[in-house]
Ligand binder design. Sequence first.
Ligand code: AMP
Length: 426
Amino acid sequence: MLTTRPRGTNDILPGEVEKWQQLEEVLRKVAALYGYKEIRTPVFEHTELFQRGVGETTDIVEKEMYTFTDRGERSLTLRPEATASVVRAFVENKLFALPQPTKLYYIGPMFRYDRPQAGRYRQFHQFDVEVFGSNSPTVDAEVIAMAMDIYEWLGLKGLKVELNSVGCASCRPVHRQALQKHLEAKKDELCPTCQSRFERNPLRILDCKNPPCQELVKEAPTIDQHLCPECKESFEAVQEQLKALGVPFHLNPRLVRGLDYYVQTAFEIVAEGIGAQSSVGGGGRYDGLVEQIGGPALPAIGFALGMERILLAMEQQGLTIGKEASFDVYIAPLGESAQIPSAVLAQRLRKAGLAVERDYLKRSLKAQLKAADRFLVKYTVIMGEEELKNNQVVLRDMHDSSQLVLKLDEVEGYLKQELGKEDKGK
Ligand code: AMP
């Protein structure tokens, strides 16, 4: 136990972490291009926020939340997704009082007690964007286009946008009734959770992961047959704009998404070839949620990208981001009296903006040069006791093994100039 991480979690080790850093860099860059500002919310929230926000009858709330009671007897939950938290923060901090729309993005870990497999974890990371204050189909199309733009920045190919409208409070009851009528006769064949959903929220049955339930809903009536004129009009406008923006999409009338708050536009982005967990992102419009959580009636839309799955898809497609951080200089002190001068020089070079690694183990020169090679540095500063007596060091060019003697004071200027030249030449 002590040496095993909890099931469904990952250690992101050096070598791997650079990919994450670069992915985050791309995400932040694209977010800025589209005018989004970062928000950071707590990792846990009051359980009620997710029960009310995500929906009592969803898989997330019924089966997947990490809920605990703290020492003050409060029920808290590790966030299973970011939207409810961002909406809570938007309302609590009265961001609605600012000129709208508000565009926010978020990067961080989420927690779901899911069955772990490739691409599905209990702690995973999402990049999440939310736009508050506009119900214009232009925003829907722009949000979807932005998601696709991110994948393009990363070099990913062959991703598909699946698009649907899940209707609104006025057309959903009609669909709900049709669905109940269709499933009535076979109700007993549904899984126990879905049997209880039959009355409470039959739409959720469409999203059940149990194969028998999936089989039973195959022929069920779809929402597109029941959309009200307003939802239809908005759905058509979104499609028209996506076409204008050159974003291809497939209509999927069975797409409902696993969260209750969606109305009208719902979408998912699917990558082929990464296994069963092929959804690399998804989102939709949630016009009623801000009000439901205690804010004003403001429309909103958002999406979340699964970062582990993006990295998986990139690996599949042979795309590499992230290279191991390399150092500019290695410092090799030889002997006791070189220890302090080497520490001083390392600090001085780092302050001048150079990435410095050094020996801490008082190893032989041969072992230190081997280490320097491993770090792929261009230069090693060899600080031998004899040279130091004259305030000198030996600078070794690791590419051609040539060496030159420099005054200790000249090292910083020389390296800055040499490495600066190298940078420009790259
Ligand atoms: P959702 O919040 O369920 O709409 O999911 C949005 C995205 O998060 C999905 O498209 C996945 O890429 C990712 N995701 C959701 N659940 C998991 C999980 N358990 N493990 C890894 N990624 C996930």
